[in-house]
Write a protein of this length. Sequence first.
Length: 159
Amino acid sequence: MGFLKFLLAEFLSFLPGLLGLFVAPISSGQNAWYNTLARSSLNPEGWVFSVVWTILYFIIGIALFLVIQKHHLTSRSDRAGAYTLFGLNIALNALWTFAFFGGHLPEVALVVLTALIITAIFMAREFFRISKAAFWLVVPYIVWLMFAFYLNGMIIYLN
């Protein structure tokens, strides 16, 4: 049963990436619009995004799994808060990809990203109440989102 919960947690955490495949380039060479944009000198190569997001989705899935595993040790309100924020975070993560790559709307994407960062911080706080390890697994995700905010902001500024 634990393995099925782990698979469910991983599947849920990878949903934004899976949905994003419909609109986002697998590599920057596959998106003509993105290739025309002026970007920050700190903008990584396209393959870096694929690697980083794969790692982040995986560790967020582990964090969710740790929260699920503590289900019997936590209050219903703590679980509801953690699961709600996780779901909202996943939805906003997918929405950013659709706004930025699908809609070519970097300004809207930046607003979504702001909400995503705030939600991730609150999600981390809720995870901390249930599992300190889950909290620490979310921290790299928040750091990357802040870097993504910078990159998204620079695209707006430079274009």
